[in-house]
Design a protein around this ligand. Structure first.
Ligand code: ZN
Length: 249
């Protein structure tokens, strides 16, 4: 009898333990499934928020291309047109990641036409026909004195209150990004900045005639820093302008 009671007690305990294990296993499975599928088939899917409209629009012009190589590196002979496109695409990615629409004048290694004159005419028509907030042309510099180095930013002379402001933001952010002493922006008279209706700048990222600059400008990590600095400057300018527009409304 005692033996039976003991056996009976043991069986009851065993069933309880087994029951508890089944409950724990069931809960674990439910937990795993819910982690893998936040929205089970039968649940209503959450409303997807619409993609916000672009905050602003910027035209990026990678200088030269194709038959027009631009300046050449003093040591490796690397072509300016090739480097301009690399930096331009990196700037594009930075701006687009910040909800800014980007239009490129050229998106591959080719020129826009068979002659320099036609090529520049097409660039001019793109920057005049697209209604954008800013135009940024990206280049690499050269000079007969090989010791000259560092970035420069040009705006159309007489446009201190428009292109000049954009140029100041860009040179500041660019110098900070590559840890270069702050430089002033420079007035100039070049087709891209002269013909643009929107505030426009030409960025000379560095001198291919200087060996140190050439090494830096060919280095992917340095190119990323350059692009981040240029994008930062453009965005600082756009924020400034948009804030002023809001204050005037
Ligand atoms: Zn150039």
């Amino acid at each position: 009898m005692r033996t039976y009671k003991i056996k009976c007690f043991k069986k009851t305990t065993l069933y309880r333990i087994l029951g508890a294990l089944v409950v724990v296993a069931f809960c674990a499975i439910v937990l795993i499934i819910s982690k893998h599928n936040d929205y089970p088939e039968n649940s209503p899917t959450p409303t997807q928020s619409p993609t916000p409209a672009p905050f602003a629009c910027v035209i990026l012009d990678a200088g030269h291309g194709g038959f027009d190589r631009g300046a050449s590196g003093i040591e490796t002979g690397i072509g300016e047109g090739e480097l301009n496109l690399i930096v331009t695409k990196l700037v594009k990615a930075e701006l687009e990641a910040n909800n800014i629409e980007v239009i490129l004048t050229r998106s591959d290694e080719n020129a826009l036409a068979g002659t320099k004159k036609e090529d520049m005419a097409i660039r001019k028509s793109i920057i005049q026909n697209e209604n954008c907030d800013a135009v940024v042309s990206i280049h690499m510099n050269k000079f007969k004195d090989r010791s000259i180095k560092g970035p420069m930013v040009f705006y159309m002379k007489g446009c201190e209150d428009t292109g000049g402001i954009l140029a100041n933001y860009v040179i500041k952010a660019l110098c900070e990004a590559i840890d270069h002493p702050l430089r002033r922006s420079n007035p100039g008279d070049y087709l891209i900045v002269r013909e643009s209706y929107a505030p426009a700048v030409i960025i000379e990222c560095g001198f291919l005639s200087n060996p140190e600059d050439e090494r830096n400008l060919s280095d992917p990590e340095y190119q990323k820093k350059l692009a981040k600095g240029i994008a930062r400057g453009i965005m600082d300018y756009l924020l400034d302008v948009k804030m002023q527009e809001l204050r005037q409304d």
